[in-house]
Design a protein around this ligand. Sequence first.
Ligand code: ATP
Ligand code: MG
Length: 408
Amino acid sequence: MKLSHSFIKTLREVGKEETAKNAKLLIRAGYIHKEMAGAYAYLPLGLKVIENIKQIIREEMNAIGGEEILMTALQQPEPWLKTNRWDSDMDIWFKTELASGGELGLAPTHEEPITNMLKTYISSYKDLPVYVYQFQTKFRNELRAKSGILRGREFLMKDLYSFCTDKATHEAFYHQVEEAYMRIFNRLGIGEDTYETFASGGIFAKYSHEFQTITPVGEDTIYYNKDKTVVLNEEVLNDEVLKDLGVKCDELESTAAAEVGNIFPLVYKYSEPLGLEYNDPSGQRQTVYMGSYGIGVSRVMGVIVEKYADDKGLVWPKEVAPFKVHLIGIGSAGEKAALDFYQQHSDEILLDDRDLRPGEKFNDADLLGVPIRVVISDKTLAEKSAEITERATGKQKLLTIDQLESIL
Ligand code: ATP
Ligand code: MG
């Protein structure tokens, strides 16, 4: 991508009403645009980061047998009425009236419609298990939207739903998701701060599990023992749970954390009221055993920003960065060599070919946070080389133009 061809601009300042570090930096760097509190548009670089995060999640979900689909955001009340989540148990709906009459809602999550949909496809034990997932925009009329992209009224989620014949099959898959989630968070660069955390399980299961990333901007409080082998959400901190997990209250410490994902044994919570059943081998009707598995795609992006950004701007881990290299040519020979190199690897390079002073380009390179900055100038060319700077550490070295190929 050539910066001279893009409409995006870095900004010196951000409106005062934006208080979250993640959103402030992403807006200044031209990654996102704030529509209103809790709703952000993704611009070319921001969209690339989102797509990279999605691709990592997609690879790991496919690896454990997930099938990708895309459900509708428009929701009719009927399935939600059957589970009591149209009027009473869910207070964050955006609802509207259809022009032709009747109510409609914007999906805050998808348990009901997917359970309902699968009644068309599941009739026998031979049709199970089914593991389906999607990347979907969810809408929630959240009371507070002050954490930038960590809590949106419109946000992107990966949600997977599992449909099994029995508890044992469900538990085996649940365990596979636990492992896949840790692989995902490791690849996303937040693995070392992310802990699988005991959380409340609802009516059918004792526990669900959240994936909590320790960060001062997190809205949750988690408790952990010394070596962090037992981690639990404040909401389940009680004598019974402590005994269950074999820990004592006085050996626990607490910290703020952001929930980047959660996995939930739904059991029959939705399949029962919605009547999702199958015939077992003896022809008996049985209720499908379900689980749900979410990751907050846009929240994860915000958590990555919060973790890595420094006083100069964004810093992206390699696998999520919008580009591998931020390339700057200085002087006429340097500019030409930069353009040549760009043309051979245009997918992986962000070329700053704007008509600006080098100092401004360096500042913007720091703000945009691409992992490696490469400068080719008349001076470096005199040594047949280019200057490489690592964004995260500031470490610099000279590489020959041939060696440059090796970093791509
Ligand atoms: P929270 O407790 O943070 O409100 P939740 O328990 O309601 O989240 P789920 O319904 O399980 O969340 O959604 C799955 C994932 O989607 C969460 O783990 C979180 O990462 C993300 N998420 C939930 N609400 C939001 C939001 N308003 N904005 C951005 N991401 C969200
Ligand atoms: Mg939660």
